[in-house]
Design a protein around this ligand. Structure first.
Ligand code: NAD
Length: 341
């Protein structure tokens, strides 16, 4: 007998226009059909997310995984168990009806969905399943995501939603990620329920691509706030101010922001911040460069001319190219600027 949870009810209604009665999971009785979850891309984020998902879904639900690197799927099967390793991404989609993708770049998402959607026979191959739901948690540009969503919807092989995340590897392991979702209103309950198994907050921002737009706008602001904080701390300390006193003052005044308060770039100001650990861990400068690049691409696609972003991108690229800054948390810009440590 399975427990009936209070949050389970909307699942049966989600995308109900496309899911026939035979496909629905009945939460009103104990005869609920077992569900199938697919996971594609088990890297730094995907691996711990898939681990949380497997731990939280019922043992009788199936999970099918794939990664181009067979070492990670084998190690996942050994460590976590109760999963099937698929030979390719098409097999993942054939065998499951809720499929998550956590991939590095736009072209990876494009290529994975090209393989999943061709030939366009996924529905006929699995007539008794619920409608397929593809949740893409990769950070990519909105245009590519929109093209993939359209290809999925027009071939009638499922629903595609974007759900980029924040919280990093630590949040992925702890199951405390925040997801920013772009999805049709009639499908959000099912999306929310799945993502809640891997995160703490699911923010629905609007129709498909809205999650990515929100994520890129946020990270654009973060990119600028971080550089501005590094410069402000650097100038204040050079003028003779004490770093801790300056940070405390800023954090009770109008300059306060996440980099000044939680991720201050001056070593020792915030206990356990990457700055105090030789800028190890945290949010890598290369990831910030990637997100900033995507935000600038999305600006160009929407005829927006960002003024500060291109300067910020140059600064991060230069920091990533410097021997003593490469591969470190993005607050290392403080060191790149010559800040006193
Ligand atoms: P990663 O490079 O560690 O992992 C990506 C995984 O995808 C790898 O295991 C790779 O082998 C696999 N992969 C690549 N192409 C594939 C294909 N065609 N088929 C199947 N698997 C394939 O990347 P990550 O750090 O886990 O990031 C994943 C996504 O999450 C990115 O879009 C990133 O921007 C975003 N993100 C990352 C962080 C972070 O802190 N790492 C935070 C928020 C968002």
């Amino acid at each position: 007998m399975r427990a009936v949870t209070a949050t389970a009810a909307p699942l049966g209604q989600a995308f109900s226009n496309l899911a026939g009665p035979a496909c629905r999971r009945s939460f009103a009785t104990s005869s609920r059909l077992d569900a199938g979850y697919g996971f594609i891309g088990l890297g730094r984020m995907g691996y711990p997310m898939a681990k949380n998902l497997r731990a939280k879904i019922p043992q009788s639900d199936t999970m099918v995984i794939h990664d181009v690197n067979p070492a990670v799927t084998e190690s996942f099967a050994k460590e976590v168990g109760n999963v099937e390793i698929a030979k390719n991404v098409r097999e993942v989609a054939e065998k499951t009806e809720t499929i998550l993708t956590v991939l590095p770049q736009p072209h990876h998402v494009q290529s994975v969905f090209h393989q999943i959607l061709k030939p366009p026979t996924l529905i006929t191959e699995a007539p008794n399943r619920r409608e397929r739901l593809f949740i893409d948690c990769s950070t990519i540009d909105p245009r590519t995501s929109s093209e993939v969503a359209n290809a999925t919807h027009s071939s009638q092989q499922g629903k595609f939603v974007d759900a980029p995340m924040s919280g990093g590897v630590v949040g992925a392991a702890a199951g405390t990620l925040t997801f920013m979702v772009g999805a049709p209103a009639d499908g959000i309950d099912r999306v929310r329920e799945v993502l809640s198994l891997m995160g703490r907050r699911v923010i629905h921002l609007g129709p498909p691509t809205s999650g990515l737009k929100g994520k890129l706008a946020n990270n654009y602001l973060l990119a600028l706030n971080n550089i501005a904080t590094c410069e402000a701390m650097h100038m204040g300390i050079k003028w003779g101010l004490d770093g801790q006193a300056l940070a405390d003052m800023i954090n009770s005044a109008t300059g306060k922001c996440w980099p000044s308060e939680a991720n201050n770039p001056v070593p020792g100001v915030v206990p356990n911040a990457p700055a105090g650990k030789d800028y190890e861990g945290g949010f890598g400068t290369s990831l910030m460069l990637k997100d900033l690049g995507l935000a600038l691409t999305a600006c160009a696609q929407a005829d927006v001319v960002p003024r500060l972003g291109p300067y910020a991108k140059d600064i991060y690229a230069a920091a990533e190219g410097a021997e003593d800054c490469k591969g470190r948390d993005f607050s290392v810009v403080y060191r790149y600027l010559g800040g006193k440590e």
